[in-house]
Design a protein around this ligand. Structure first.
Ligand SMILES: *[C@@H]1O[C@H](CO)[C@@H](O)[C@H](O)[C@H]1NC(C)=O
Ligand SMILES: *[C@@H]1O[C@H](CO)[C@@H](O)[C@H](O)[C@H]1NC(C)=O
Ligand SMILES: *[C@@H]1O[C@H](CO)[C@@H](O)[C@H](O)[C@H]1NC(C)=O
Ligand SMILES: *[C@@H]1O[C@H](CO)[C@@H](O)[C@H](O)[C@H]1NC(C)=O
Ligand SMILES: [Ca+2]
Length: 400
């Protein structure tokens, strides 16, 4: 009897504990979770069901979203004139007419950095762009260049939460004569970012490119990182895209990646430049090393990238007849200042052999910078460097 009582007491204490735990969990849950936003894929049917009606200014017509202006839910297979509309994922998406917008309120952690991922397609041949904002931050993403043969691309953008409640706004700033033109938006997701620690033996932040925006596991096109000059607010911590054109973040589920799960494919020739300012000590000697490879997306060769470190610049060709999908390469430089710029772009404008309109290029991963002068250290790093020199020597030997 007493035993049973004790057990039941223990049981209720346990239940209480569980209950309080779940309250804690629920409180933590109240800020937004990584992944798709509420109805971020526009697959939830509006109250009246999916139809061809223009939603206009009726609020909350699209579950989870507020809209303003001509916002239409569009379905795959739908035609606009002679053209079949392209829906990035699933079967439904939204089209933003002139000056129209959709928005969603997000409960976030004040002061934290978030990235937003979305897919977009343009409908007409005109210049189309999208203003993505979480006031006061905003950015205009140029949709003119379609990088993939699918007719749409995914993009990433980042913002710092100034408040616990923010509003994400996706707006078509355009004023086209044909009001049925305007970008189609789909698959809007969020990810809270963290800045990885800088490893002791590497001055490069996020050199392996593993920390970045939300990537749908089923999304095979990678994510474009458009121009972003703000190193504090970037969807790829540590790095900026300092050119007019984008670079592409790729994953190991759909592409060949030299290290870990993610890498960068330099898809825009000399117009897609990724860079980082690394901390250095003036007059000290450093080595920059990185992996250069192919993405396994039947990109037409030659593949080559240009690497910059301080006042040094050198181009490197990927040697396709080697068995490895990537090679290590590098250069030495002497730091002139407390911060040194390292940067990369693709030497060529490459397209895929199977889809001539799909842009592609060399893959960059595992970027390292470390001091070499005065160091008499013989360890894995020096050994790695020795290997790298051999590879560089081989590259030149074969190249000539
Ligand atoms: C809708 O957009 C128009 C024009 O941009 C603006 O004047 C109006 O205040 C907006 N309405 C709402 C409810 O946000
Ligand atoms: C990928 O998955 C997401 C979430 O499940 C879905 O909304 C989207 O439509 C899918 N995208 C593609 C390209 O299949
Ligand atoms: C984009 O939208 C934001 C917020 O609505 C606005 O402050 C900004 O000026 C817009 N940018 C452009 C280029 O239209
Ligand atoms: C870089 O410097 C190291 C000495 O610190 C040297 O052994 C190596 O050959 C240099 N590599 C290149 C590519 O110049
Ligand atoms: Ca990586």
């Amino acid at each position: 009897m007493a035993g049973r009582l004790a057990t039941s007491k223990m049981f209720s204490a346990f239940t209480l504990l569980l209950a309080s735990l779940s309250v804690v969990v629920a409180e933590e849950d109240s800020t937004i979770q990584d992944g798709l936003l509420v109805n971020g894929d526009f697959e939830t049917a509006p109250s009246g069901g999916f139809s061809d009606d223009v939603l206009g200014e009726r609020e909350a017509s699209i579950p989870g979203w507020k809209s303003n202006g001509t916002v239409e839910l569009v379905s795959s297979g739908e035609k606009q004139g002679a053209m079949i509309l392209i829906i990035p994922g699933g079967t439904h998406a939204v089209r933003l007419g002139n000056d129209a917008e959709i928005s969603q309120e997000l409960k976030v952690e004040k002061g934290a950095l978030y990235s937003i991922t979305f897919s977009a397609a343009r409908t007409c041949a005109q210049l189309e762009s999208l203003n993505v904002s979480v006031p006061p931050s905003s950015s205009t993403v140029d949709l003119q260049t379609v990088y993939s043969d699918q007719g749409w691309d995914s993009y990433a953008w980042a913002f710092e939460a100034q408040d616990g409640h923010v509003r994400l706004v996706l707006k078509n700033p355009g004023m086209e004569e044909d009001p049925t033109c305007g970008p189609i938006i789909d698959d809007v997701a969020i990810k809270k970012m963290f800045t990885p620690d800088r490893p002791k033996d590497n001055a490069v932040l996020n050199g392996n490119l593993e920390e970045g925006p939300w990537l749908f596991r089923n999304e095979s096109l990678g994510i474009l990182l458009p121009t972003n000059l703000d190193e504090e607010t970037t969807p790829l911590p540590g790095w900026i895209v300092e050119s007019n054109r984008a670079v592409r973040l790729i994953d190991s589920y759909h592409f060949t990646v030299p290290e870990g799960k993610r890498a960068i494919e330099l898809v825009s020739g000399k117009e897609g430049i990724i860079s980082q300012m690394v901390e250095t000590t003036p007059k000290k000697q450093y080595t920059l090393s990185f992996s250069l490879g192919r993405a396994g997306d039947s990109c037409r060769e030659p593949l080559a990238l240009m690497a910059f470190a301080g006042d040094q610049a050198q181009s490197y060709h990927y040697i396709s007849d080697s068995n490895s999908p990537f090679q290590r390469a590098g250069l030495n430089f002497t730091a002139k200042a407390e911060r040194t710029r390292i940067a990369f772009y693709s030497v060529y404008y490459n397209t895929r052999a199977d889809h001539m309109s799909s842009l592609c290029g060399p893959v960059l991963d595992d970027v390292k910078v470390w001091a070499t002068s005065g160091s008499i250290r013989i360890g894995p790093v020096s050994f790695g460097f020795g290997l790298c020199v051999v590879v560089v020597a081989l590259v030149f030997g074969v190249g000539l």
